[in-house]
Design a protein around this ligand. Structure first.
Ligand SMILES: Cc1cc2nc3c(=O)[nH]c(=O)nc-3n(C[C@H](O)[C@H](O)[C@H](O)COP(=O)(O)O)c2cc1C
Length: 283
């Protein structure tokens, strides 16, 4: 916050510190613990004496002492992004990627190297999510028997599902949000991550097609059983992926023009953009 308000977070510092302590005792993932450690240590060091905060200082110190200490030269606290590290991806390159990516439904039978899928998930992990809760998990299937079983569960895969070499079922975990009013966030967060995943597959030469997960009780139960899902875990969507079959066509899915998709303030819509065929590289 600029300017920094001191003290801040009085409404939730106690539950945050207690959560840090519980997470450390429960052996939570070290990266998350180190993030919590760095943020809370800094919070305690900059916050002046206060009746709510002071009793918590010791809890933070003890918890920090209990977790594995690694020499980390970069504390996980707010920082200034370095201009020199700004990526050189141009707008034209990004537009080209967006134009080139199409839903691919026809694949080569080749196995998809797992490290390429992992690299795509690493990109997806950088996606924004509400409160950075990252409430999703990519359950990837590349065993042909499993793929063929799972791909039959959603609708919308008939005709091409039988030749999909790999499948990601993206699962949202409601436990990451406490309030019922936030129950839609797993779908938003998950979908943002999926878009990054899809682009990261694409730049590695892999095609993909998102597959709708319908809200049908019978199918929910089958998926829950097959994937051994916890009661709060919901499929967000599936992503079929693999090396595109060069002989397989993609649909020419015309996109709405800018004049339809956006409006500034209450200004009159601008005149229509050139016809799609004029800017579609496939034409
Ligand atoms: C949430 C979502 C669900 C989708 N479900 C299916 C599906 O069940 N079957 C299918 O063949 N394509 C599915 N698609 C792919 C869309 O049909 C495709 O994205 C759309 O027609 C636009 O084409 P494009 O991806 O090539 O731009 C889905 C896409 C999204 C984003």
């Amino acid at each position: 916050m600029r300017p920094r308000r001191l003290p801040f977070g009085l409404d939730y510092i106690k539950e945050t510190v207690l959560a840090y302590s519980r997470a450390a005792n429960a052996g939570a993932e070290i990266n998350e613990l180190l993030w919590a450690r760095d943020v809370l240590e800094e919070y305690m060091s900059i916050t002046p004496q206060h009746a709510i905060i002071d009793p918590l200082r010791e809890v933070v110190s003890q918890t920090t002492a209990s977790i594995l200490h690694t020499a980390d030269p970069h504390p996980r606290t707010p920082y200034l992004r370095s201009r020199s590290e700004q990526p050189t991806v141009s707008y034209e390159q990004l537009l080209k990627l967006a134009e080139y990516r199409r839903s691919v439904r026809w694949f080569m039978p080749d196995a998809v190297p797992r490290h390429l899928i992992d690299k795509a998930i690493e990109v997806a992990a950088y996606s924004p999510s509400a409160c950075n809760r990252q409430p999703f998990e990519f359950r990837v299937f590349d065993n042909p028997d499993l793929v063929s079983k799972i791909i039959k569960l959603p609708m919308g895969t008939s005709g091409f599902g039988h030749q999909v070499p790999a499948l990601a079922v993206v699962i949202g975990k409601q436990r990451n949000y406490f309030s019922e009013r936030d129950r839609h966030l797993i779908y938003i967060d998950g979908s943002l991550a999926i878009m990054s995943f899809v682009y990261a597959l694409e730049v590695q030469g892999l095609g993909s097609c998102c597959i709708n997960w319908p809200d049908i009780e019978d199918r929910e139960q089958k998926m829950q059983k097959l994937l051994d899902l916890q009661p709060d875990e919901r499929p967000i969507m599936l992503v079929a992926l693999g090396y595109p079959d060069a002989e397989g066509m993609v649909a020419n899915s015309t996109k709405k023009s800018l004049s339809i998709m956006r409006r500034y303030n209450f200004e009159e819509p601008s005149p229509p953009a050139p016809a799609q065929s004029e800017r579609n590289p496939a034409q």
